[in-house]
Design a protein around this ligand. Structure first.
Ligand SMILES: CC(C)(COP(=O)(O)OP(=O)(O)OC[C@H]1O[C@@H](n2cnc3c(N)ncnc32)[C@H](O)[C@@H]1OP(=O)(O)O)[C@@H](O)C(=O)NCCC(=O)NCCS
Length: 241
């Protein structure tokens, strides 16, 4: 479109504002492509609290009415980032965030979600992610009610965390157990690759779940669990990146 046509459509000022925003994002250290920049700017409008969102890889984001991303000032959520593990992006999977109406995604600091990781927060539900959390590639987090991932926790690739069993099985006493129960991963926990954390589970801070574990019961603090169902292997552990 010629400059005169652009001007007559009132587009030039808007494009100028757009470029100015791009310049500011870049000056903040974001190395985003044009597509990510547009997505980032669009999503930023839905953030409450002064924090920032970066769509750093491929990502699909859908926020229904009244859904909010809450990030306090100084906090940051990076969507679709790969860290040093670029091989996970070989199949170009999109990260996806879906927040149902009135859902909340709270990021209490700086957090990263890897390539292909999907997050679904149901209407009215809350997902809280602490400072320094890294959710690696291809994970799935389903919050139908309340999921918390504590500060400094690390999820290996292909993990699944959920607070909902979706369907019920009647107990022998005739009662129907609840399907939605809060799931809590404490601070500084490490889930090896392919770990499944079921509804209602609390994993104590400092604990580790070995690769492919199915964590169906609470885990005490600083405990290594492994297997399906995950059972304690040792206590009083320390782990580091
Ligand atoms: C969690 C982990 C690091 C523990 O390693 P470790 O401290 O060296 O533990 P050990 O190898 O001494 O194993 C202790 C016991 O637990 C068992 N165990 C360990 N990991 C297991 C697993 N994922 N599933 C089932 N059992 C497991 C071992 O067989 C061993 O049992 P034994 O005492 O009867 O022989 C390791 O098991 C693991 O899962 N590694 C993969 C981590 C990963 O996925 N990284 C990539 C994503 S971040």
């Amino acid at each position: 479109m010629a400059a005169r046509t652009l001007a007559s459509h009132g587009l030039l000022p808007r494009i100028r504002v757009g470029f100015e925003k791009v310049r500011r994002w870049r000056s903040r250290g974001a190395s985003l492509g044009p597509r990510q920049l547009v997505q980032t700017m669009r999503l930023q409008r839905r953030v409450v609290g002064g924090g920032r969102v970066y769509v750093s890889g491929r990502a699909a984001v859908r926020l229904r009415q009244g859904a909010r991303i809450e990030i306090p000032s100084g906090g940051r959520l990076m969507l679709g980032s790969g860290g040093s593990n670029d091989v996970m992006d070989a199949d170009r999977l999109r990260a996806a965030v879906y927040l149902g109406s009135g859902a909340r995604l709270v990021v209490d600091g700086r957090a990263r979600l890897g390539y292909g990781t999907k997050i679904r927060v149901a209407p009215g539900a809350t997902l809280t992610i602490g400072d320094g959390v890294y959710v690696n590639a291809r994970c799935l987090i389903i919050a139908s009610h309340d999921v918390t991932i504590g500060a400094g926790s690390l999820l290996g690739w292909d993990c699944q965390v959920q607070d909902d069993s979706f369907h019920q099985i009647r107990r022998t006493d005739g009662s129907w157990p609840p399907v939605k129960r809060p799931t809590v991963i404490g601070e500084h926990c490490w889930l090896g690759s392919g770990v499944l954390v079921l509804a209602g589970v609390t994993i104590g801070s400092g604990s580790v779940a070995g690769a492919r574990s199915v964590v169906s019961r609470d885990v005490p603090e600083r405990t290594l669990v492994a297997g399906a169902p995950a059972a304690p292997v040792r206590g009083e552990i320390e782990w580091r990146v």
